[in-house]
Structure formats: C-alpha cells, structure tokens
Design a protein around this ligand. Structure first.
Ligand code: CA
Length: 217
C-alpha cells in the first residue's frame, strides 16, 4: 500500500493505521518519491502535493501501474474529484477521514477488482461446486442444479470473494441492485433454498447481523 501524502503527521498516522489493519504500507512525500516507490499493489493519492499537480501525477501513475487508486482530496475540491473519477480513480476520500473509513473503502475497491478478475475467469470451482458465468449455470459434483436467478446471483456474488464475509448490504447492492429499497429479510429465504439445493449447508456460513461467507475448505 503506497500512501502518497506530503503532510508528514497525516502520512505517518495513515501508514501506522494501515499497518495495524494488516496492510504493508509505506509513504511517499512528493510526486517524485511516489513514482520512485512503484510498484505498489494499492495507491492512496493525496491530490495536493508540493511538486506536481495531483491530477497530472494521477495520469502518470495510471500510465505505469494497474494498481487501484483511491484519491484523497480536501473539502471543496469537487473539480479534482470529478476529474479523477473520470480518469478512472477507483474511489475517493475527503479529508478529514478516519482509518476505519479508509479501510472500508479499500476493501470495497479490492472486492470490486476481485469481481473484475472473476469476470475474466468465467468458470470457477469451489469445493465441488462449479459456477459457469458464461451461461449462469451451476453444477454440484458434476450435476446441473436449477437455481432461481436470485439464488444464482447470491452464490455467484459470494463466490467473487470466497472466504470473505460479505455484508447483507453488499449482497443487496450486488444482487438486487443499489436502487432496491426494502428489508433484507427475504434474503434469508433465498439463502436457505440455495443451501438446500447445494446439498452442503455448511458451504454458506451465516454471520448473524452481519452477512454471509462462502466457506473455502
Ligand atoms: Ca497535501
């Protein structure tokens, strides 16, 4: 994790906060240092740097690195934010922000890029369950199982990040869409039916009050 930030106290607070959360993090205090610190797996980019325009640096980083980039902007820098998102920034945070909020954004970005990877790898096999995204079909131990579109959607979404706890809200956004407003109660009905059809109820674990996880054995 590369933290590009010229404000030294903020940079060291972010680096130690990210390290506490289990990320390997280091900081760069200028555009030149940032380019020298590559490669990185993930870049947090403060747009207000002393030696170069942030958007300009963003372009240079994008040209040489495929790493996800979260932009850090100050309040009132809407123009930069819009420009950055137009250029393909993965997300942005507005100062001041806490490490917890940042980590949540990082995880969401990582999940979305995992999802991009899943799309390029259309057939996925997890514990005897084969998901074929090209034709939206699922085979359990070689046998084709008829799932409803929602059951398939839940399984496919959980399988994008096996072993991760996916929150009910993420599942709702991913399967029902971000514009669906309602209770998540019906989700349990679909999950119960999905478990039954999978034949191994342990494959999907419930985290009470949080969400679900596809278990990787
Ligand atoms: Ca700055």
């Amino acid at each position: 994790m590369l933290v590009v930030e010229d404000d030294e106290p903020i940079a060291s607070a972010l680096v130690s906060g990210l390290q506490r959360e289990g990320f390997a993090a280091e900081s760069a205090g200028s555009a030149a240092e940032a380019l020298n610190a590559l490669p990185a797996d993930f870049i947090l980019l403060d747009l207000g740097l002393p030696d170069r325009d942030g958007i300009d640096l963003f372009r240079s980083l994008r040209a040489v690195s495929a790493a996800p980039i979260i932009m850090v902007t100050a309040r009132g820098e809407e123009q930069d934010r819009i420009a950055g998102l137009d250029l393909g920034a993965d997300d942005y945070v507005v100062k001041p922000f806490g490490v917890r909020e940042l980590v949540a954004r990082i995880n969401a970005v990582m999940r979305r890029s995992g999802q991009k990877e899943a799309e390029t790898m259309p057939v996925q096999v997890i514990d005897g369950v084969e998901i074929d995204r090209r034709v939206r079909e699922v085979r359990v131990e070689g046998e084709l199982i008829a799932f409803t579109p929602k059951e398939y959607g839940i399984l496919e979404f959980l399988a994008r990040d096996p072993g991760a706890v996916i929150t009910r809200q993420e599942l709702l956004d991913g399967v029902w869409g971000p514009h669906w407003f309602g209770t998540t109660k019906m989700m349990d009905v679909h999950v119960a039916s999905l478990r039954r059809k999978l034949g191994s109820p342990d494959l999907i674990e419930t985290y009470r009050g949080v969400g679900f996880k596809l278990v990787v054995k």
